[in-house]
Write a protein that binds this ligand. Structure first.
Ligand code: GSH
Length: 207
């Protein structure tokens, strides 16, 4: 049986769960990381030397890095699927947004999330959070511009780019803060909310 190791409230675990559900693939998820612990045992480090989640295990095949995991799941189980098509330019356009999530959006978005959701009010760094909100807003407004022309991040249909970014847009619209108007981003978020797997596994109260 395919095993996905990682707690359900991790954005990176959510990517894999959401995709597995969209593709109708069987899996067992186990709670690892955060309050569940288990990431610093020798057994887990042998699977994932980074000590983070998610980790995918299929027999003797082990994979970590959430975006690599969802690319693999798609290619192995739904080759040629519109989520991650074979055509190289279409695929590269999707990969580009997946890299953008990891390299550009993730740092400010994560600072806002950790600051507002995982840090007690008296221990927060308001200046760091404010700077991160400004930078995250810049990123999301850039995406708002893209989504003024297409319904999904990489074009006309849902792809892995929407999976990688969609787990974060729920948080962005759930944070208790002032946001610039981002109507196209909001319309895309509403489109994602129409999907049962997104509602059930991503659009949950933040913790
Ligand atoms: N680049 C990695 C980052 C993985 C990561 O940082 N995961 C977080 C959860 S989103 C984690 O493991 N945090 C520590 C923990 O849960 O114990 C990926 O995309 O898989």
């Amino acid at each position: 049986m395919r095993k996905l190791m990682g707690r359900a409230n991790s954005s990176n675990v959510m990517k894999a769960v959401w995709l597995l559900e969209e593709l109708g693939l069987p899996y067992e998820r186990t709670d690892v990381g955060g309050p569940f612990g288990g990431t610093d045992t020798p057994e887990y480090r042998a699977l994932n030397p980074n000590g983070v989640v998610p980790t995918l295990v299929e027999g003797d095949f082990v994979l970590w890095e959430s975006n690599a995991v969802i690319r693999y799941l798609c290619a192995a189980n739904a080759p040629g699927h519109a989520m991650w098509p074979d055509e190289l330019r279409a695929r590269a356009s999707i990969d580009r947004w997946m890299d953008w999530q990891q390299t550009t959006l993730n740092r400010p978005q994560s600072t806002v999330f950790q600051g507002l959701i995982r840090t007690a009010p008296e221990r927060r760094d308001p200046a760091a959070i404010a700077a991160a909100v400004t930078e995250a807003a810049r990123c999301w407004t850039l995406l708002d511009g893209i989504l003024s022309r297409v319904p999904y991040v990489a074009g006309p249909v849902l792809t892995l780019a929407d999976i990688a970014l969609g787990v974060h847009v729920h948080r962005w619209f759930s944070f208790d803060l002032a946001r610039p108007p981002q109507p196209h981003l909001r319309a895309w978020y509403d489109r994602l909310l129409a999907r049962p797997a997104y509602r059930q596994h991503v659009a949950q109260p933040m913790s």
